[in-house]
Design a protein. Structure first.
Length: 202
């Protein structure tokens, strides 16, 4: 039903279709043919033409799909764990777009999933036949400067001034708050530990 309308309209006849809403307010449908928007932003008007629906599975969908605050689409399935499609576009869908699938082999408590929701901190919760699982946002950055990790892991120190010191195989690095790694001390032997003295000396 469009805002201001007095009756419902049929957008498309689909068996076992599930509805979700993205952060811009568009309404999406997920069914055996895939996932696609059926309204414009704010739930109003017609959607921008999508070349092909995203291939998000078939009638195994359970519960309501979730478009989270980062605009990733999550779908719980009957027997195949939970699926995630990164940032589907409302106007440039691709038949080649691939979903990630997380199952018990990835640590999920069961492949039989029922529902997906997002909390206020951006964590994704998945209800399964075996329990409740949480996906937590994490930021991983590849740092090209740090190319010689210590044999049993880099030595790390969080200093009182906010700097982070990193001991690699032949070099000690300092990372100032918001900065990049700076080599500050070449060493001949791999460090065993890093610590801070009372006066702030490392």
């Amino acid at each position: 039903m469009s805002p201001g309308s007095a009756r419902f309209e049929t957008h498309r006849a689909a068996l076992d279709a599930r509805v979700s809403q993205d952060p811009a307010g568009r309404i999406w449908v997920s069914d055996k043919d895939g996932s696609y928007p059926i309204t414009g932003a704010g739930g109003r008007g017609s959607p921008t033409s999508l070349p092909v629906p995203y291939r998000t599975g078939n009638a195994q969908i359970r519960g309501m799909p979730l478009l989270d605050s980062e605009e990733h689409l999550w779908i719980a399935t009957r027997y195949d764990g939970v699926r995630r499609l990164a940032m589907p576009s409302a106007s440039s869908g691709s038949n080649q777009a691939e979903m990630e699938t997380f199952t018990s082999r990835d640590g999920l408590s069961s492949d039989v999933t029922n529902q997906v929701l997002e909390d206020r901190e951006g964590n994704i919760w998945v209800g399964t036949e075996g329990g409740l699982d949480k996906f937590r946002p994490a930021t991983v950055i590849a740092e090209p400067v740090l190319r010689s990790p210590a044999a049993f892991g880099d030595k790390l120190l969080n200093a009182s001034d906010g700097s982070v010191y990193i001991g690699q195989t032949r070099t000690i690095y300092r990372v100032r708050p918001g900065g990049a790694p700076e080599p500050i001390f070449p060493i001949a032997v791999e460090p065993q530990s890093l610590c801070e003295g009372p006066g702030g000396a490392i």
